[in-house]
Design a protein around this ligand. Structure first.
Ligand code: GDP
Length: 139
């Protein structure tokens, strides 16, 4: 399995609830190296650009409202098979359908307010990492 990078967000619901530390512990326990990490308040323009692929969907405005309601933690993560592995640790998009012990099962509320984000493919990981981090910040 190749060493790979992925992009993660601890979303505003999880940060506000004080669950960021628990989620970071899960990330390290799962064998990820944290290459970069920054607390950040997304602007509407940033959230709209980041989620441009969902523009036009019924939940887009709700998604942008949610992602901008408070600070997030942005993360660049590295390990073998990082993209699939982080999505496994996060669990299904809808916390009701997520496996026991996953981030979204433990800390998500519903399909919108689901505690975390993870890239879904190498191309999206590269785009999302570069959206928020300079190459020199990932160490
Ligand atoms: P992900 O890759 O598992 O995050 O899922 P998607 O790419 O399908 O959706 C991106 C994000 O949009 C999700 O993590 C949710 O926060 C949000 N989202 C997806 N579907 C819905 C929905 O039906 N309603 C609402 N309110 N938000 C949604």
């Amino acid at each position: 399995m190749p060493i790979e990078r992925t992009f993660a967000i601890i979303k505003p619901d999880a940060v506000a609830a004080g669950n960021a530390g628990q989620i970071l512990a899960m990330i390290e326990t799962a064998g990820f190296k944290i290459l970069a990490m920054r607390k950040h308040q997304l602007s509407r323009a940033e959230a709209e650009g980041f989620y441009a692929v969902h523009k036009g969907k019924g939940f887009f405005a709700e998604l942008v409202d949610f992602m901008t309601e408070g600070p997030v933690v942005l993360l660049a993560l590295e390990r073998e098979n990082a993209i699939a592995k982080w999505r496994e640790v996060m669990g299904a998009t809808n916390p009701d359908k997520a496996e026991a012990g996953t981030v979204r099962k433990l800390y998500g509320t519903n399909i919108g307010r689901n505690a975390s984000h993870g890239s879904d493919a190498p191309e999206t990981a590269a785009f999302e990492l570069s959206w928020f981090f300079r190459g020199s910040e990932m160490i």
